[in-house]
Design a protein. Structure first.
Length: 531
């Protein structure tokens, strides 16, 4: 039988997701964004890369399977913790522009009654709110629609007020009625505003939005539209009015609410304007019956019809997430300078992971502001030599014979970064990488023994370096002029990643053309999750 998932269910899911960053009940969640996939055109490792990645043929779309999830783990470089202040619900951004006709709020947009300007079958897909040049957000309660302009009129004045009462902008000649909702604070503009989205307040009804929320009245009517002007109307018993010209006040708004009234002005027997003088309360259905038989001062006339716009549940401004359709969540991260972040290499993937597990534990979640997904080696040169003369090219394959510890094979990885001054080499090891041995394809760890780290790249130059097994219980290097923090603790010249491989749930993936990281650049990641 026919069924739908409603927009309100999507909004609820967005709310639940946003709240999960602060923890739900006694459960604490640890979310991290990550950058990864340093060499996406590498196709020598199973399904790891694509030769067309980043070319004119485009970037491949992410795939969703357990197999791909393992590959996403393999491609990670480093992570950044996401906390509650890095998360906001967002809506699409519509800037106010002179001469644009906007949709207006209506409660009855659907597949059979699409919004006139954006042709949306839902309210939330229509352009019924705007952000002005000062990042104030307004809802359009009336776009000047009338029988001659049934789709609305062009907006001629930018709204710029903070009063809780709906107002017109400028002279009001365009017929627009705007409802002020909130102002986006500068900090939220920086983190969450983009060309496509604007943030909703972190908490509706807090000190900055309490006046708007408190002013909401359940079932209060703000807008009545004229859908037909009628003809031959005549007024009696009102001083100063002509036969078919004048204003009839206290015309009741009928329906299931009470206390609502409008004033209707006639001009030469036609309905000219209608103004809500009291919005009343409690309306979920409402009508205007402009009949001489019901109105004492209306003696004749017929044909005028009106549309009474029903407000959202609990009134305009009561619930900003429901009113504007907050079914999207933006997650923000900024990557700048940190020992856990490598530079000089590419990344071609952005993702979001939940609850990775600390390295060496089966249950303890990773709880740190930054983390690396890379292993690391502290290398040294022979007697009287330095590491500065040796080059390990980015993404080149490296290997180490580990038979001396009884394994009888070779550990293999790829260079994520190489610092020839400190002798620190960071590497990644995708599953399926050949071990250059008769044993075939298997993953072996690099070990802290005084053996060579060889490089198969033809650009490799200088003497072969070995693992510095004396670099023990160290997380920094003193170069003589400064202390360099490494972000990892080394024992016997080896440092593991900060978390267990393939732990945690990858819940978002975005593939993109490769971007090279440099020590001077900063990346801002803004992930939008739509429910």
């Amino acid at each position: 039988m026919p069924a739908i998932i409603t927009d309100q269910f999507r909004i609820l899911n967005a709310e639940t997701f946003a709240q999960s960053f602060t923890g739900i009940g006694t459960t604490t969640n640890y979310y991290y964004t990550f950058l990864g996939h340093p060499n996406p055109t590498n196709v020598t490792i199973g399904d790891y890369g694509d030769t067309n990645w980043g070319t004119t043929n485009g970037t491949p779309s992410p795939r969703d399977s357990f197999q791909q999830e393992n590959l996403y783990h393999d491609s990670m470089l480093f992570l950044k913790r996401v906390v509650a202040t890095d998360v906001r619900r967002v809506v699409r951004r519509y800037n106010w522009e002179l001469g644009i006709t906007y949709d207006m709020y209506k409660n009855n947009y659907d597949i059979n009654n699409k919004s006139p300007q954006s042709a949306s079958s839902t309210l939330y897909g229509s352009k019924f709110y705007i952000v002005n040049s000062e990042f104030k957000v307004y809802e359009c309660l009336n776009n000047g629609a009338n029988p001659e302009f049934d789709k609305g009129q062009k907006s001629l004045a930018e709204p710029n007020f903070v009063d809780v009462t709906p107002q017109q902008a400028g002279t009001g000649s365009d017929g627009y009625l705007w409802k002020y909702l909130y102002t986006i604070p500068p900090s939220d503009v920086v983190k969450f505003a983009t060309d496509s989205y604007i943030p909703l307040p972190e908490k509706w009804g807090d000190s900055s939005t309490t006046s708007v929320k408190s002013a909401a009245v359940k079932g209060k009517i703000e807008t009545v539209l004229i859908t037909a002007r009628g003809s031959a109307y005549s007024i009696t018993g009102i001083s100063g009015s002509g036969a078919g010209t004048g204003t009839i006040t206290n015309v009741p708004i009928l329906g299931d609410g009470y206390g609502g009234f409008v004033s209707v002005t006639l001009n030469n027997g036609f309905v000219d304007t209608v103004i809500v003088t009291n919005g009343g309360t409690g309306y979920t259905k409402a009508f205007i019956d402009f009949s001489p038989s019901l109105l004492a001062n209306l003696s004749a006339g017929t044909g005028a019809t009106f549309e009474v716009i029903i407000p959202p549940q609990d009134g305009h401004g009561a619930d900003i997430y429901r009113e504007l359709g907050g079914n999207r969540v933006m997650v923000y991260s900024k990557y700048d300078a940190d020992p856990d972040y490598v530079t000089g290499n590419n990344f071609a993937r952005v993702g979001l992971i939940k609850n990775p597990i600390q390295f060496g534990s089966d249950t303890e979640p990773l709880d740190t502001s930054t983390a690396t997904a890379l292993g690391a080696l502290k290398l040294k040169a022979g007697a009287g030599a330095t590491t500065s003369g040796t080059n390990y090219p980015i993404n080149a394959q490296i290997n180490q014979t580990v038979s001396s510890v009884g394994v009888g094979s070779t550990a293999v990885g790829y260079v994520a970064s190489w610092n020839k001054d400190t002798g620190i080499l960071r590497y990644y090891q995708p599953v399926g990488l050949t071990t250059i041995s008769a044993a075939g394809r298997k993953l072996l760890d690099f070990v802290g023994v005084d053996t060579s780290i060889n490089c198969s790249d033809p650009l490799f130059s200088g003497s072969t370096l070995t693992v510095d097994t004396n670099f023990d219980n160290q997380n920094s290097i003193n170069t003589g002029s400064k202390i360099i923090e490494l972000g990892q603790t080394f024992n016997d010249g080896i440092a593991p990643p900060d978390f267990n491989r393939h732990s945690g749930e990858v819940i978002y993936i975005d593939n993109r053309a490769p971007i090279t990281r440099s020590s001077s650049q900063k990346e801002e990641v803004k992930i939008v999750v739509e429910f």
